[in-house]
Design a binder for this molecule. Structure first.
Ligand code: ADP
Ligand code: MG
Length: 149
């Protein structure tokens, strides 16, 4: 699925729509350069799940847990060099976990990612963001169909 998001509000809305469809055990991986909108999308997801606290990139802490209708584990693997470092940091507990898991910079811990996941790639384009969403596994294929409706 390909989308064009003209402004920040559209990124938040996409996050809201995804947040309405996901639940515990789901893993979403968000790739894209710095400033692409990965954390903005995560804010939208968290808002849909009723998270009240502010959502910021856990670049230094690696992991934030937000409490909402479902808990969200928000991982930022920017500073990690490989899957082993992610494993040593205890991240496999969330891949998948008993919460919703959102991972920024998933390529840095590729070997630690579950085979079944929803991959969202965001790139800056003139006047906005281009988004490609790729489902891995039948549950995410179904989820994406629901998102398209
Ligand atoms: P990342 O987590 O990928 O580094 P952030 O979400 O922290 O990126 O920052 C993205 C920046 O891009 C923010 O300044 C946000 O306002 C802006 N932004 C998000 N979505 C869009 C969009 N669809 N069009 C234009 N700007 C956007
Ligand atoms: Mg970020």
């Amino acid at each position: 699925m390909y989308l064009f998001l003209a402004k920040e509000e559209d990124t938040l809305k996409l996050g809201n729509s995804i947040g309405e469809l996901i639940g515990p055990g789901n893993v979403l991986v968000l790739s894209g350069d710095l400033g692409a909108g990965k954390t903005t999308l995560t804010k939208g997801i968290a808002a849909a799940l009723g998270v009240g606290e502010p959502v910021t990139s856990p670049t230094f802490s690696l992991l934030n847990i937000y409490n909402g209708r479902y808990d969200i584990a928000h991982i930022d693997a920017y500073r990690l060099n490989n899957a082993q470092e992610g494993f040593d940091a205890g991240l496999e507990e969330y891949l998948p976990g008993d919460c919703v898991t959102v991972v920024e910079w998933p390529d840095n811990i590729a070997g630690l990612l579950p085979q079944e996941r929803l991959a969202i790639k965001i790139s800056r384009v003139e006047d906005g963001r281009a988004v490609e969403i790729i489902p891995y596994g039948s549950a995410y294929t179904k989820l994406l169909k629901e998102l398209e409706e």
